[in-house]
Ligand binder design. Structure first.
Ligand code: ADP
Length: 458
C-alpha cells in the first residue's frame, strides 16, 4: 500500500458512521461559532443603540429645567454589575460638578455634546459611554451628562449572542443521537443481509430479502440476487449433468457386471483368471462410483422437507451391517455389533442409513483382509453415539482435515474407493443434526468414526 493510500485511510475512517458523525460535529461547531459571532455583531449593535437611546432619554429627563432634580445616589456595584446610568449635573460653564449619582467617578464634562467614549484608566472597567446633553436655550442653564460602563454593555451583548448560539450547541447531542440511531438501523439491516448471505447453502442459494434493505443498498443486493440465481442455475445444470450421466451409465454397467458373471465359468485358469479378477474388481469399483455419484447429486438437489421420524437406531444399524455382510465375507472381515440406548433418535431413516452405510463400508474396505470391524451403540458423557472401529491403517493426521472433501483420497489408500463416501456421510449427518468425528484409535492401529446422535427423550 502506498503512503498516500495510508494517509487517505487515516483521514477518512472506513466506518460510514464515524465519517458521518465527524462531519456532523464539525458542521455543528462551525454553525455554533458562526451564529454566536453573527449574533454578537447584530445584537451588539442592537443593544448598543437601545442603551444609547435610553441614555439620551435619561439625560433629557434631567436637562431642560433650571433646577434639574437631584440624581439618586448609587454605588460602584450598580455602575459595574447592573450598568446603571450615572447622571452628572454640571454648572452652565461646565467647570463645577453640582450633583452626581456616583461621586467616585471623575469624568469631566465633554466639550462636544452627543455621544462619546471616554477612558479613565487602562482597566476594562474604566471605559465609559458618555452622552452629553446639548446646552439649554439660556446661557445659565445647568448641563447634564449621563454615563454608562462600557464593559457592562459589551458583556450584555456577548451574553445575548451566546444565548442565540446555545440552541444550536444543544441540538448537537440530539442530532448525533438521531444520526447514530439512523446509521445503526441501516447497519443492522446490512448485517441482516450479511447473515442471510452467510447462512446460504452454497449448493442451492436462495434470494436475499429486500424488505428491510435501505434504497441505497437495494441495487447491490439486487445484483447479488442476480448473481445467486446464475450460480443456482449453474449448480442445477451441473447436478443434472452428473445425475443424468450416472443414471445413463448405471444400466450398461449393470449389463457388463452380468456379462462378467456369466463369463466367469468360461475363463481358463492361470493368468487369464487373474486378469479376469482385476476386470471384475474394476467393474465393481465403477458401479460403486456411479452409485456414490447418484447419492451425491441427490443430496445436492434443493432440499425437500424431510420427515423426521422416530428411528430404532439399533435395528437400523443391524440392517446396515447385514447389507454389507457380502463385502465383509469377501474380505474375511469379522464384523460385530453391540450396544443399545434407551432414547429415541428423531431423523429421516434413509439419511441415517446413508451415514452409517458409508462409514461401515469404509471400515470394511480399509480393514486388512481377515481384520476386525466393530460397530458400537452406546452413551458417552450423556450423549448417544455410534462408533465404527476398524483395525486398518487409520488416516494420517495431515490428511484428516481433507478426507471429507469431494473426491479426496489419501495418497496410497487401498484401491476401490471413489473419494465421495465421507462427503456423502457428512452432508447427510450435518443436515440432520448429527456430528461425525474421525480419529485414529489410541489403543492400536485403525480408525474410530464416531457419530453423535440427535435424540428425543427416551
Ligand atoms: P473412498 O471412497 O475413497 O473411501 P471416502 O470419502 O469414503 O472415499 O474416504 C476418503 C479417504 O479417507 C479414503 O480414500 C481413505 O484414504 C480415507 N479413509 C476413509 N475411511 C477410512 C478408514 N476407515 N480407514 C482408513 N482410511 C480411511
Amino acid at each position: 500500500m502506498t503512503d498516500g493510500a495510508q494517509a487517505g485511510r487515516w483521514w477518512r475512517p472506513r466506518s460510514l458512521r464515524t465519517q458521518l458523525l465527524l462531519w456532523l460535529i464539525t458542521l455543528h461547531l462551525i454553525a455554533t461559532v458562526l451564529t454566536a459571532w453573527f449574533s454578537f455583531e447584530a445584537y451588539g449593535h442592537l443593544v448598543h443603540n437601545a442603551l444609547d437611546d435610553q441614555m439620551q432619554l435619561v439625560a433629557e429627563s434631567y436637562s431642560g429645567s433650571d433646577q434639574p432634580k437631584t440624581p439618586r445616589p448609587m454605588d460602584g456595584e450598580a455602575a459595574f454589575s447592573r450598568g446603571a446610568y450615572i447622571v452628572q449635573i454640571w454648572s452652565a460653564d461646565g467647570t463645577t460638578l453640582r450633583a452626581t449619582s456616583w461621586s467616585v467617578l471623575s469624568v469631566p464634562l465633554q466639550p462636544r455634546s452627543g455621544f462619546s467614549d471616554v477612558s479613565t484608566g487602562s482597566h476594562a472597567h474604566s471605559s465609559w459611554r458618555v452622552f452629553t446633553a446639548e446646552p439649554g436655550p439660556r446661557a445659565d442653564q445647568p448641563r447634564v451628562q449621563v454615563l454608562q460602563n462600557e464593559d457592562h454593555r459589551r458583556r450584555r451583548a456577548l451574553r445575548r449572542a451566546l444565548l442565540e448560539g446555545l440552541p444550536i450547541a444543544l441540538l448537537l447531542p440530539v442530532a448525533l443521537l438521531i444520526l447514530w440511531l439512523i446509521v445503526s438501523a441501516a447497519s443492522r439491516s446490512l448485517r441482516a443481509v450479511a447473515r442471510d448471505v452467510a447462512s446460504q447453502d452454497e449448493r442451492s442459494p436462495t434470494e436475499l430479502s429486500l424488505a428491510r434493505v435501505p434504497d441505497e443498498i437495494a441495487p447491490l443486493v439486487g445484483a447479488f440476487n442476480n448473481l445467486l440465481s446464475r450460480v443456482r442455475s449453474a449448480f442445477a445444470t451441473q447436478r443434472r449433468f452428473v445425475q443424468d450421466a450416472a443414471h445413463e451409465l448405471r444400466t450398461p454397467m449393470a449389463a457388463i457386471g452380468l456379462q462378467i458373471e456369466n463369463l466367469r465359468a468360461h475363463v481358463p485358469a492361470g493368468e487369464a483368471t487373474d486378469r479376469f479378477n482385476q476386470l471384475e474388481a474394476g467393474v465393481t469399483r465403477a458401479q460403486h462410483l456411479i452409485e456414490q455419484l447418484l447419492s451425491l447429486s441427490r443430496q445436492d438437489a434443493p432440499r425437500r422437507t424431510t420427515v423426521r421420524e422416530p428411528v430404532d437406531i439399533e435395528v437400523l444399524l443391524r440392517e446396515s451391517v447385514s447389507q454389507l455382510m457380502v463385502l465383509a465375507d469377501a474380505r474375511r472381515v469379522d464384523v460385530g455389533f453391540e450396544g443399545s440406548i434407551t432414547s429415541v433418535v428423531l431423523a429421516p431413516a434413509a439419511e441415517l442409513r446413508s451415514v452409517f452405510d458409508n462409514l461401515i463400508d469404509n471400515a470394511l474396505r480399509y480393514a486388512p483382509e481377515g481384520g476386525v470391524v466393530d460397530v458400537r451403540l452406546h452413551e458417552v458423557d450423556g450423549h448417544a453415539v455410534v462408533d465404527v472401529l476398524d483395525n486398518g491403517p487409520g488416516i494420517p493426521e495431515a490428511a484428516m482435515g481433507r478426507v471429507f472433501d469431494r473426491f479426496f483420497r489419501v495418497p496410497g489408500a487401498a484401491a476401490g474407493g471413489s473419494g465421495l463416501g465421507l462427503t456423502i456421510a457428512r452432508t447427510a449427518a450435518e443436515r440432520n443434526g448429527l456430528r461425525v468425528e474421525l480419529r485414529n484409535r489410541d489403543e492400536g492401529p485403525g480408525l474410530r468414526a464416531r457419530v453423535y446422535l440427535p435424540l428425543t427423550a427416551g
